[in-house]
Design a protein around this ligand. Structure first.
Ligand code: PEP
Ligand code: MN
Length: 274
């Protein structure tokens, strides 16, 4: 692929791996879970405990929410970050949260383990350069109208600033289909692996917007060779302040983790490779 210098697969086919908490990204299959947004102390701590007890590896939760309407809940900002820090102290789970403004990157870094760049900001080049200078791994979501080449060039922006720890995240693209919130393009998982050394995870929560489709598409992500999934979990989805239709309640997430680990184990033990 043209113009990619750092993201392309190396001659020795060595993959990018790095340690966060007790997992190695790019090697272990990681399950990142948590609410769409941090809403209150009770909510994020309960969610973090749910995620930890079920066997999730990291906690997600937005403190800055990029919403379609300016009147919708925009997130708790710094208060949300402090609550995420508290959730990490209580559970030991590393924190993944979105940053939406280049001016916030350096101080947000003090609270989080992975900086998320959302779909709407995938091509915000000043933000990409800023997270490229930050000393934290970056989860780079695919823009909803982006080609693979555009997406990988955005990863290249981060790598070119000296940050080698980029995780790609397929979260669905806009198509003519309206039954699902987006069209989850799982072909990106093997395609990314064919071209780059970067880990790729899948977000079937935003990718489908439907609770009933999250487990099947997550299992398909394992089968396709993904390095992990990021899913939304809320202790009381009906009360959620954003994305209430796609957040799994804790009981559902517990079963989800069991089924995901079972498929992973089956693939490992049987030597099934995508
Ligand atoms: C999110 O993960 O909170 C989010 C807003 O997702 P996306 O950027 O993929 O829409
Ligand atoms: Mn969401």
């Amino acid at each position: 692929m043209e113009n990619l210098k750092l993201a392309t697969l190396r001659p020795d086919r060595q993959k990018t791996t790095f340690r966060i908490g007790d997992v190695t990204v790019g090697k272990d299959f990681i399950i990142i879970a948590g609410p769409c947004a941090v809403e209150s102390e009770a909510q994020i701590i309960a969610s973090a405990i749910d995620v930890k007890e079920a066997g999730g590896n990291m906690l997600r939760g937005g403190a800055f929410k990029p919403r379609t309407s300016p009147y919708a809940f925009q997130g708790l900002g710094i208060k949300g970050l402090r609550l995420l820090e508290k959730a990490r102290r209580e559970t030991g789970l590393p924190i993944v949260t979105e940053v939406i403004d280049s001016r916030d990157v350096s101080w947000v870094c003090e609270y989080v383990d992975i900086l998320q760049i959302g779909a709407r900001n995938m091509q915000n080049f000043s933000l990409l350069k800023e997270v490229g200078k930050a000393g934290k791994p970056v989860l780079l979501k695919r823009g909803m109208y982006s080609t693979l080449a555009e997406w990988l060039n955005c990863a290249e922006y981060i790598l070119a600033e000296g940050n080698p720890n980029v995780i790609l995240c397929e979260r669905g693209i806009r198509t003519f289909e309206t039954y699902t919130r987006n069209t989850l393009d799982l072909s990106m998982v093997p395609a990314v692996k064919e071209i780059t050394h970067l880990p790729i995870i899948v977000d079937p929560s935003h990718g489908t917007g439907r609770l009933s489709l999250i487990l099947p598409m997550s299992l398909a992500s394992v089968a396709a060779g993904a390095d992990g999934v990021i899913v939304e979990v809320h202790h009381n989805p009906a009360e959620a302040r954003s994305d209430k239709d796609q957040q799994m309640p804790p009981e559902m997430f517990r079963k989800f983790v069991v089924e995901m680990r079972q498929l992973q184990r089956f693939m490992q033990e049987s030597g099934t490779r995508p």
